[in-house]
Structures are given as structure tokens and as C-alpha cells.
Design a protein around this ligand. Structure first.
Ligand code: SF4
Ligand code: SF4
Length: 68
């Protein structure tokens, strides 16, 4: 399977829409590719082996996550 990359659309990301400001996409990622420094901050991504499982996409309430 080719390596996949996860990208955050920072125009769409609204951490205040997530419970307690916790990035739901980062929460569900088993590979910890999405990271959030603190509640209510927008998440970052780190280069890693994304599984392409799409769980982060389903978890995000604002459709801010894309896997390419
Ligand atoms: S789940 Fe979506 S809206 Fe919430 S902080 Fe993460 S990327 Fe932003
Ligand atoms: S597609 Fe899966 S492995 Fe990749 S960033 Fe999203 S949750 Fe993590």
C-alpha cells in the first residue's frame, strides 16, 4: 500500500467545536500522526506512516482532515 499523507485544512478546523477543545482526529489516530500541543489549539501533523484508515476524517466534526 502506498504511503498516505494526512493534511489539515486550517480554514475549516475549529477546535472549539471539539469537546473540551480536544482534537478528535488526533485522539483517534493510532499512529499519533496528528498532534495537539494544548486544548483549543489546531493540530499539527508529523511525517509518519499513515495507515490511510480514515478514522481521523470520520472523527473531525468540521471535515478539516484530508488523507491523500
Ligand atoms: S477534530 Fe477537526 S476541528 Fe477538531 S481540532 Fe481536530 S482538525 Fe480541528
Ligand atoms: S488516516 Fe488513520 S493513521 Fe492516518 S492520520 Fe488518520 S487516523 Fe491516523
Amino acid at each position: 500500500m502506498p504511503r498516505q499523507t494526512v493534511v489539515i485544512d486550517y480554514q475549516a478546523c475549529q477546535p472549539e467545536r471539539c469537546e473540551d477543545g480536544i482534537c478528535q482526529a488526533a485522539l483517534v489516530c493510532k499512529k499519533k500522526i496528528l498532534t495537539q500541543e494544548a486544548p483549543y489549539e489546531m493540530p499539527d501533523t508529523k511525517a509518519n506512516m499513515c495507515l490511510g484508515c480514515s478514522e481521523c476524517i470520520q472523527a473531525c466534526p468540521t471535515n478539516a482532515v484530508r488523507v491523500m
